[in-house]
Write a protein that binds this ligand. Structure first.
Ligand SMILES: CC(C)(COP(=O)(O)OP(=O)(O)OC[C@H]1O[C@@H](n2cnc3c(N)ncnc32)[C@H](O)[C@@H]1OP(=O)(O)O)[C@@H](O)C(=O)NCCC(=O)NCCS
Length: 178
């Protein structure tokens, strides 16, 4: 199975924003996530912290298939305030590290596609952006995602974000060398 990535187009962004995850993953539904006044379409299409649509290559017409997932790179994927954060959207932190975000289409989750998807996105990022370190933030309750990230070589390095139900920051920060 092969994933291919294209810079996020408006139609892809609209399709991805309509995705609807089942519980307990509803927090990843676009409408659940966005604070009032936040322009999510603008963020998805902003090349300064770029988003890519992913498609599964299955025959010659793969480009006409709906997105199978997305990857995002840079400040759009940060949780809380990064050290010495510049105001404008950006790709790398000052130390050359890069934060990533991702999602498989709801009907493709839970089928073992996560690991090849994560590896394909990191290959894209390595080749295009040459980060010194990969970082991601994942909800501490999302064991399915954490399992995939650990299998991809990420390790937990701390917590971040506003406190969750247990009083601890809601996100686990994980990193991996490129
Ligand atoms: C996170 C994501 C990439 C994971 O990929 P996936 O293909 O769905 O994951 P998998 O099906 O490979 O499952 C990974 C492992 O977690 C296990 N798992 C699934 N649900 C679980 C749960 N509730 N608790 C513990 N383990 C669970 C699976 O059994 C599997 O382990 P196994 O291979 O030993 O059976 C994908 O689900 C996704 O993109 N989801 C979108 C929403 C989301 O969670 N985003 C995370 C953003 S940080």
């Amino acid at each position: 199975m092969e994933f291919r990535f294209t810079p996020m187009a408006e139609a892809d962004a609209q399709a991805i924003r309509a995705w609807c995850y089942d519980p307990p993953y509803t927090t990843y539904n676009a409408a659940d996530e966005e604070p009032a006044g936040f322009d999510a379409m603008a963020e998805l299409l902003d090349p300064r912290s770029p988003h890519f649509a992913a498609r599964l290559v299955s025959g010659a017409a793969w480009e006409r298939e709906p997105p199978a997932g997305f990857f995002a790179f840079g400040s759009a994927c940060e949780v809380g305030s990064e050290p010495e954060a510049p105001a404008a959207p950006h790709l790398h932190r000052a130390d050359g590290s890069m934060t990533i975000g991702l999602g498989l289409r709801p009907d493709l989750t839970g089928r073992g596609l996560g690991l090849p998807f994560v590896e394909a996105g990191m290959t894209l990022a390595r080749e295009r952006y040459h980060p010194t370190l990969f970082r991601l933030f994942v909800y501490a309750w999302n064991q399915r995602a954490i399992t995939v990230y650990e299998r991809a070589g990420f390790t937990a390095v701390g917590r971040a974000g506003a406190p969750g139900g247990d009083g601890q920051p809601a996100f686990i920060e994980m990193t991996r060398l490129p």
